[in-house]
Design a binder for this molecule. Structure first.
Ligand code: NAI
Length: 243
């Protein structure tokens, strides 16, 4: 990934931080988008710089269309035409459907689904000028299977899959690929209350949770030339949970 630049959202923690570190290790410069955790973003930036690449941090709420436009323009100014977008930012606001509040539904759709659209919408013109682009969207196995208590989250992640496939079809002739990853249970802040026993109870055939690094490896594959003929694909990284 030498001489490539990747814009990664939700890069201050968890899977996003692991993706940023993996891409930097592979030689890519990284623009790290984060919501509010400046300390986390600074620490990921330092790790990436230690790998010998250029790294910058940008505070931006992915749900805010205008702010995303401004941030993408700032990244382009700093790094020039960039090549890779990883839509990783995401939230959960779990509740059973009879209790689910409108705000809980709207907030999850705004960050997970509209946020993904916002970034794609503003990065595509850069990719078209660059005559190449790789988009990797982090969906979830829950978007393929559904999950009690996560109707809002599952809907947002299923939406990301439809968005991925449509963008892939539209942009294939422009040398822009768009793929998704559907992680299962990955050990991060988002799943901190889930222990290994819980993971087994959830019926994971491999009988363990996954690591952010395992998701990062797949993101690296989908953002690299190794996957040039793959578009509109959804790869589960879930220990077999979604089989
Ligand atoms: P995390 O909570 O550590 O990371 C989520 C990141 O998104 C955080 O850095 C957060 O600041 C950022 N973020 C949230 N709202 C934002 C906003 N409005 N604007 C900008 N950034 C925002 O959790 P994790 O697990 O690393 O999640 C990363 C992605 O992976 C999410 O999209 C999540 O839905 C997805 N995922 C995670 C799974 C897991 O088991 N941990 C399973 C399947 C999918």
């Amino acid at each position: 990934m030498k001489n490539k630049t990747a814009l990664i959202t939700g890069a201050s923690s968890g899977i996003g931080a692991a993706i940023a570190r993996r891409f930097a290790e592979g030689g890519a410069n990284v623009a790290l988008i984060y919501a509010g955790n400046t300390e986390g973003a600074e620490s990921v930036k330092a790790d990436c710089e230690a790998a010998g690449v250029k790294a910058e941090i940008y505070q931006c709420d992915v749900a805010d269309h205008d702010k995303v436009k401004e941030t993408v323009a700032a990244v382009k100014k700093e790094f020039g035409l960039f090549d890779i977008l990883v839509n990783n930012a995401g939230i959960t606001k779990d509740n059973l459907i009879p209790m689910m509040k409108e705000e809980e539904f709207d907030a999850v759709i705004a960050t997970n689904l509209k946020g993904t659209y916002n970034l794609i919408r503003h990065c595509i013109p850069v990719f078209m000028r660059n005559k190449r682009g790789k988009i990797v969207n982090i969906s979830s196995v829950v978007g393929m299977m559904g999950n009690p208590g996560q109707a809002n989250y599952a809907a947002s992640k299923a939406g990301v899959i439809g968005l991925t496939k449509s963008v892939a079809r539209e942009m294939a002739v422009k040398n822009i690929t768009c793929n998704a990853i559907a992680p299962g249970f990955i050990r991060t802040k988002m799943t901190s209350e889930l222990d290994e026993e819980g993971a087994m109870a959830a019926g994971i055939p491999m009988k363990r949770t996954g690591t952010p690094e395992e998701v990062a490896e797949t993101a690296y594959f989908l953002a690299s030339e190794m996957s040039d003929y793959i578009t509109g694909e959804v790869i589960r990284v879930d220990g077999g949970l979604g089989i």
